[in-house]
Design a protein around this ligand. Structure first.
Ligand code: FPP
Length: 236
C-alpha cells in the first residue's frame, strides 16, 4: 500500500448535543443535523476516492443516555435512509453496519436490513455505521469465535496469529485516518484493533458543522504526516 493512500476513514461524530444546546434547540435536533452531515461527508469522501468510511453512530455505552434521546437516535436510520438513500445510490455507495444489532429496536433493524439489501450491488465507497458498537466487545466476541474453533478442532492454537485474529473481528480494514470532532481527544472504545497505525486528527468543530472544507483540511493534515508504521521516516 502507498503510505499516503487514504483507504479507510473513520469518524467519531461528536458534538451534536452541544451544537444544538448552543442554539437553544433540543439535543435531538443536533443528531438530525448530524445525520445530514454523515450524508454530505460520505458523498465528499466517495468523490475523493476513499474506499471505506466508518462512523460511530451509537456505542455500547450510549444506552445510559435519556430514553427520549436513545429512542430518537434509533429513529435516525429510517429518517436518514428515507431522505438520503437515493443520493447514496446515485454515488454507488454501499451501506454496512458493525455492532450488535440484535439488541436494537425492530424499526431500526428493518431500515438497516433494507438499506444493506438495496445498496448491496453498489460498487463505490462503503459507508459503515457502527451501531451498538464497542471495540472491547468486538474483541471479546472475536476471542470467543477463535476459542470455539480451537475447541471444535478446526483451528490449531499454534496457528493463531494477527491475521487470524483480525479475520474474526466484525471488520478488519486498517484505519488510515481517524477524525474526532468537538474538541474531545479520546478514542472512546472505537476500532481499537483497526487504528493500530492510523493517523488521528482532532478538531474543535462540532460534527453538524463539519463540512467538505473541514474534511479537506483533515486530509491536507493527513498528507503532511510522515506515516512510518514503526519503520524509519521516508525523508531520511
Ligand atoms: C455524538 O454527539 C453523536 C451521537 C451519539 C450519534 C448520533 C448519530 C448520528 C448523527 C448518525 C446516525 C445516523 C444513522 C443513520 C444511524 P453527542 O450527543 O455525544 O454530542 P455532545 O458530546 O455534544 O453531547
Amino acid at each position: 500500500m502507498q503510505k499516503k493512500e487514504l483507504n479507510h476513514l473513520a469518524i467519531i461524530l461528536d458534538g451534536n448535543g452541544r451544537w444544538a444546546q448552543e442554539r437553544n434547540m433540543p439535543r435531538i435536533k443536533g443528531h438530525y443535523e448530524g445525520g445530514r452531515r454523515v450524508k454530505d461527508i460520505a458523498i465528499a469522501a466517495s468523490n475523493l476516492g476513499i474506499k471505506r468510511m466508518t462512523v460511530y453512530a451509537f456505542s455500547t455505552e450510549n444506552w445510559s443516555r435519556p430514553d427520549d434521546e436513545v429512542n430518537f437516535i434509533f429513529k435516525l436510520p429510517k429518517i436518514f435512509l428515507d431522505k438520503y438513500l437515493n443520493d447514496l445510490m446515485k454515488h454507488q455507495i454501499r451501506v454496512e453496519y458493525i455492532g450488535d444489532i440484535s439488541y436494537i429496536p425492530e424499526g431500526a433493524k428493518k431500515s438497516i436490513n433494507d438499506s444493506m439489501i438495496k445498496t448491496n450491488e453498489n460498487i463505490g465507497m462503503t459507508l459503515c455505521f457502527a451501531l451498538n458498537y464497542g471495540s472491547q466487545d468486538e474483541i471479546v466476541k472475536a476471542t470467543k469465535k477463535i476459542v470455539q474453533q480451537v475447541e471444535d478442532g478446526s483451528l490449531n492454537i499454534e496457528a493463531i496469529n494477527k491475521e487470524i485474529f483480525a479475520a474474526n473481528l466484525m471488520d478488519n480494514t486498517p484505519v488510515d485516518l481517524l477524525i474526532r470532532t468537538s474538541g474531545e481527544q479520546r478514542i472512546s472504545n472505537f476500532l481499537l484493533w483497526q487504528i493500530a497505525y492510523s493517523e488521528i486528527y482532532f478538531t474543535d468543530v462540532m460534527w453538524p458543522d463539519f463540512d467538505e472544507k473541514q474534511l479537506a483540511l483533515a486530509i491536507e493534515e493527513y498528507k503532511r504526516r510522515d506515516r512510518r508504521f514503526g519503520g524509519l521516516s521516508n525523508a531520511k
